[in-house]
Write a protein that binds this ligand. Structure first.
Ligand SMILES: C[S@@+](CC[C@H](N)C(=O)[O-])C[C@H]1O[C@@H](n2cnc3c(N)ncnc32)[C@H](O)[C@@H]1O
Length: 230
């Protein structure tokens, strides 16, 4: 029997739970399959309201004048809430075309959103944003090298003095998500990974997934140095 902490609920989640690893080429297929075969509201990471993210944005002093990039944003409703708050410069990056299509369709072609279909590990951003948001994509990067690439990408994607909000499974969280192994991390590990940052907030939040399983997350929010030093 599957460990309930690994069960994703609905559709072909049970099959996906047997997938041990996904290389760069298969990543898009894996995630397209997850989004394409399971109702959005049954996906284990689904949340009606991105309350933790928005609360951390408020603590950081993020305003509608800020530009926001949501990496691994999938079909999340964060973009909906940001548009409601008046943001008009938002990018949602995800490796899954299906997830992005679902979100775009939901929003009915709202202006002010750039949909970027790309694997973040090979993405070369052409501009910078003032706020980086990540809910549950860094934790899929289990190798040191990939995590270092992520940290370097964050630094060249965010404006000097800009903000970041990162949330992923805590050290006592599930070992897998969507059938893939994850690297659980406390906020100290995230600070070590990011290097020279000003930490503004740390938050622990237990996400109850649609199957009723509690998933502890650790969140870190802060600013990059204003002088742009690495
Ligand atoms: C657990 S889901 C979280 C989605 C969204 N952040 C939310 O909170 O609803 C992880 C997301 O990361 C995306 N993803 C996984 N690996 C990725 C990668 N290497 N590059 C870009 N997106 C990736 C998946 O397609 C999926 O949408």
């Amino acid at each position: 029997m599957l460990d309930p902490s690994r069960w994703e609920g609905g559709g072909r989640g049970r099959r996906a739970a047997r997938v041990a690893t996904v290389g760069s080429v298969g990543r898009a297929d894996h995630w397209d399959d997850r989004y394409g075969t399971t109702a959005e509201t049954s996906l284990s990471w689904f949340e009606e309201s991105p309350a933790v993210s928005l609360g951390l944005f408020d603590e950081l002093g993020v305003t509608p004048r800020d530009s926001v990039v949501d990496v691994g944003g999938g079909a999340s409703r964060l973009v909906d809430r940001l548009l409601e708050r008046g943001h008009r410069d938002i990018a949602v990056l995800d490796v899954s075309a299906v997830a992005l299509r679902d979100a775009r369709d939901r929003l009915g072609g709202a202006r002010g959103v750039d949909w970027i279909e790309h694997d973040l590990l090979t993405w070369e951003p052409r501009r910078r944003w003032t706020v980086w948001h990540d809910r549950a994509v860094l934790h899929f990067l289990v190798d040191d090298e990939d995590r270092s690439s992520y940290a370097r990408l964050l630094r060249r994607t965010v404006e000097p003095g800009g903000a970041f909000v990162i949330g992923g499974f805590a050290e006592d969280g599930p070992t897998h998500c969507s059938g893939l192994p994850v690297r659980r991390a406390g906020t100290e590990e995230l600070v070590d990974l990011l290097g020279d940052v000003e930490v503004v907030a740390r938050r622990r939040h237990v996400h109850r997934n649609p199957a009723g399983v509690d998933q502890p997350f650790d969140w870190l929010a802060g600013h990059l140095p204003a002088d742009g030093r690495a």
